[in-house]
Ligand binder design. Structure first.
Ligand SMILES: O=C(O)CCC(=O)C(=O)O
Ligand SMILES: [Fe+2]
Length: 182
């Protein structure tokens, strides 16, 4: 759908990366106990603000609220819980490949006061050796690229060295001024 909407050729460019036998895709399950249980520990944030580093994330949760996304003006908007839908999130790698047209939106999870939240997320990541750069079919002229080329493995190691909430793409921007991610 993403490749069709953007006119990326060949059509399977992205799905090939996440479906490759060496792909770095993974599945994660998160459990957030109710906020009352957490109060003693003085924690209300279940998952601190961050962007997902991979290409795409597909999330499904139980019927408990908590997930929020960050708007351009810095305000947080709740994603209504829906146990029968998938929540699709653009990852940092897709932001680079679309040269910033698709944004990896910052999100976080706040603990609910009454119910515990369980979520399951599939992170579609490319193989470690995959080169990540704006796709030439979208941005043919290299001088228009907003990001430098890097391998997925380089991005991962730089992400491990950063804090969860850091704007990790900053290091890979061509003009390395610090931009906000929204
Ligand atoms: O549990 C959630 O709803 C979101 C978790 C999340 O953002 C993540 O695991 O990257
Ligand atoms: Fe996330």
């Amino acid at each position: 759908m993403v490749t069709e909407g953007l006119g990326i050729e060949p059509r399977d460019t992205l799905s090939k990366m996440v479906r490759d036998e060496k792909s770095d895709s993974c599945l994660r399950m998160n459990h957030y106990p109710t906020a009352e249980e957490e109060v003693e520990k003085m924690v209300k944030v279940g998952f601190g603000e961050h962007t997902d580093p991979q290409i795409i994330s597909v999330l499904r949760s139980n019927n408990t609220a908590g997930l929020q996304i960050c708007m351009k003006d810095g305000s947080w908007v709740a994603v209504p819980p829906d146990h029968s839908s998938f929540f699709i999130n653009v990852g940092d790698a897709l932001q680079v490949m679309t040269n910033g047209r698709f944004k990896s939106v910052k999100h976080r999870v706040l603990a609910d006061t009454r119910r515990s939240r369980v979520s399951m997320i599939y992170f579609g990541g490319p193989p470690l050796s995959q080169k990540i750069a704006p796709l030439p079919c979208l941005v043919p002229k290299q001088e228009d690229w907003l990001y430098k080329e890097f391998t997925w493995s380089q991005y991962k190691s730089s992400a491990y060295k950063s804090k969860l909430g850091d704007y990790r793409l900053g290091l890979f921007e061509k003009q390395s001024h610090h931009r906000s991610n929204v």
